[in-house]
Design a binder for this molecule. Structure first.
Ligand code: ADP
Length: 641
């Protein structure tokens, strides 16, 4: 069988490859989600860093602005005449007017405290003169703002207040009584203290932690109160002692803030977490900005919540996208496989159909050959049969003709008589004519010759009847008059019927569809048999009857002979059954008559009559005359002639 080129087999994954794919798909999912999370984290961190930088810059600027706003105030006060005069007349003047002035100035400038130190750092006057913990009388020689100012410079200091323990920022300026002498020492120091709480309060509104640390990493200011006065890195004992000595932070424990850097980023930012305190909940991005003018560092800590959110979102999105792609890939792959499988199936179907069709065609060819062969055999058989039938028909025709000739033989004696009689008469008339001719009796000669002519005509008629009877049938069926057939048959027996009474029983002419020659032969047979049977009968009588009933014609020939013995009745239609002496009958007449009537679709039967004699009855279907009218007997006779 020729191989048919079909579509390729649908691609199938081998088992190990499938396992590998099953392992790789989740790995791929994890990798994609991780990678997406990383990218999103980096971007979110960068955004956060930018935000933090801005906020930090603004916050630092705000703080610096707040501080510098008060920078000039001590100097402004130091130049006041009242202050200078008070210092000049130290101990002799009532400090109250100055106290009031300072308090008034405090209220106007919105600062925490304003106070005046003498050259030995004793407080002479203060805005809080009326408070229980007033600065008046306190000595601040240990403070750097005093030391810087008494040296002639401007002092700045931050730390906890000795009395109030509040965090404050101190600005100081020297008070000169005579600022023209180059080596003169300042007579006092004017100090202004501001609080930093208001600045911190403004920070609290931001979504970030803001810290200000000094050079020792002590958190001096913080948006979250818990972080204030804590150390960014744990202090060594020496550092702690050194700080205690400055009294900057009084006796604050300066405990560690708990902050821990867990990632240092290339852009300078850091990721931090707290292992204690209020911010242990979440991690933060930390940025630092150095405030040069104060020697401080300002830190901003932005919570990483948004980064984590972006990270998760990106991971989820990437995971979803990956799943969709993998799913779509899987579905596409399956569809491809399905389509290939369908094509393969269709191809197989096609091949099966094609082979089935080939098989069918082969079978059809085989069967056709068989059929043709059978057909040929059948045709041969039919031809054979046709030939056999033809032979049979010929044989039968010949037989019928033979039977007819036998009847003719039987007729011969009568015919002989029929012919001899006119022949003798002709001879007599001829001799008479010769005698009259000798006597010159021409009219008598003529009369005798006329008789001769008439007699020869009669002889010719007899000869014609015999010729008519002996003719062969051409087997053609036509409408035939029964009465005309009877007339013809009777004419054949004209001579023998002289002593027989013939009774014709019919009313009108009746027609049957028959072979004229054959029907005549049958009637001749029946009449011949009847005449033979009545050979010894006294007053023989032949009764011919034609009747019609319900579309059928019954034709009967009855005689007054001895009838047929009961034992013979069943056998008389057998071929060669005869009771007659050899030469008188062949025993074929009735069997051939029965065959002829059968061929015409009718039947024939024999019965004995009550008194004596036999009756033969033929039954045939009635036929209308072809032109629908009744033919006249003369017409029919003419056709016989
Ligand atoms: P065949 O006349 O040569 O004998 P058929 O076949 O015509 O042959 O007749 C068969 C026999 O039937 C006759 O031999 C005769 O015995 C009997 N048969 C026929 N017609 C009559 C009849 N009309 N009366 C008595 N017997 C008859």
């Amino acid at each position: 069988m020729p191989s048919v080129k079909g579509p390729h087999r649908p691609p199938r994954l081998s088992q190990p490859l499938r396992w590998l794919l099953l392992l790789l798909l989740p790995l791929g999912l994890v990798a994609i989600m991780w990678q997406a999370a990383q990218v999103a984290r980096e971007q979110a961190l960068q955004t956060l860093v930018r935000e933090a930088e801005n906020e930090l810059r603004l916050s630092a600027a705000g703080l610096e602005g707040h501080l510098t706003r008060h920078d000039y105030l001590p100097q402004l006060l130091a130049s006041r005449e009242m202050v200078q005069r008070f210092l000049l007349n130290q101990g002799q003047q009532d400090p109250m007017p100055l106290n009031l002035l300072l308090d008034q100035f405090r209220a106007t400038a919105d600062v925490s405290d304003v106070y005046l130190l003498d050259a030995d750092a004793n407080t002479l006057a203060a805005s809080n003169w009326h408070r229980p913990n007033t600065f008046i009388g306190q000595n601040y020689a240990f403070r750097s703002y005093y030391q810087d100012a008494i040296e002639g410079g401007r002092g700045r200091f931050y730390g906890l207040g000795v009395q109030s323990l509040e965090r404050g920022y101190y600005f100081s300026a020297p008070v000169w009584l005579d600022d023209t002498a180059p080596d003169a020492r300042p007579s006092g120091v004017m100090v202004i203290k501001i609080l930093l709480d208001a600045v911190e309060e403004s920070w609290a509104e931001q979504d970030a932690v803001l810290l200000v640390t000094d050079k020792d990493d002590i958190v001096f200011m913080a948006s979250h109160p818990e972080l204030r006065m804590s150390a960014l890195h744990p202090l060594s004992e020496e550092e702690r002692q050194a700080l205690l000595a400055t009294r900057r932070y009084a006796d604050e424990p300066l405990s560690p803030s708990g902050i821990e850097i867990y990632e240092q980023r290339p852009d300078g930012s850091r990721l931090v977490r707290f292992d204690q305190g209020p911010l242990t909940e979440g991690n933060h991005l930390a940025l630092t900005r150095h405030m040069d003018a104060y020697g401080w560092d300002m830190h901003i800590l932005k919570p990483l919540g948004s980064v984590y959110q972006a990270q998760w979102l990106a991971a989820a999105l990437a995971g979803g996208l990956y799943s969709v792609v993998v799913l779509a890939g899987g579905v596409g792959w399956q569809r491809l496989r399905l389509r290939r499988e369908r094509e393969l199936f269709a191809e197989r179907e096609r091949q099966t159909l094609a082979s089935a069709r080939d098989e069918l065609e082969r079978n059809v060819q085989l069967r056709t050959r068989d059929l043709l062969e059978t057909n040929r055999l059948l045709s041969d058989e039919i031809e054979e049969r046709r030939r056999a039938e033809e032979n049979l028909r010929q044989t039968r025709d010949e037989l019928i003709q033979a039977a007819k000739l036998a009847v003719l033989g039987q007729l011969a004696a009568g015919i002989n008589h029929e012919l001899n009689q006119p022949l003798a008469a002709i001879r007599a008339y001829a001799e008479n004519a010769r005698a009259f001719l000798e006597r010159q009796r021409i009219d008598a000669v003529d009369a005798n010759l006329a008789q001769v002519v008439e007699l020869t005509e009669r002889m010719a008629e007899i000869s014609a009847q015999l010729r008519q009877f002996s003719r062969k049938s051409d087997s053609s069926l036509t409408a035939v008059s029964v009465q005309a057939c009877f007339d013809y048959a009777l004419r054949l027996y004209q001579n023998r019927l002289r002593d027989v009474e013939v009774e014709r029983c019919w009313e009108e002419e009746v027609w049957v569809y028959a072979d004229l020659v054959r029907l005549e032969q049958v009637l001749v047979n029946l009449i011949g048999n009847a005449l033979q049977a009545m050979a010894e009968t006294q007053a023989p009588r032949l009764v011919l009857r034609v009747e019609t009933e319900a579309g059928e014609v019954r034709i009967s020939v009855a005689d007054t002979g001895p009838g047929i013995p009961e034992t013979h009745l069943s056998r008389i239609f057998e071929p060669f059954f005869t009771t007659k002496s050899p030469g008188s009958g062949l025993g074929l007449g009735l069997s051939i008559s029965a065959r002829i009537i059968n061929d015409l679709g009718g039947s024939i039967e024999a019965t004995n009559l009550a008194g004596a004699g036999a009756r033969f009855t033929i039954t045939l279907p009635q036929e209308k005359r072809p032109d629908g009218s009744q033919p006249s007997p003369t017409e029919e006779q003419r056709s016989h002639a």
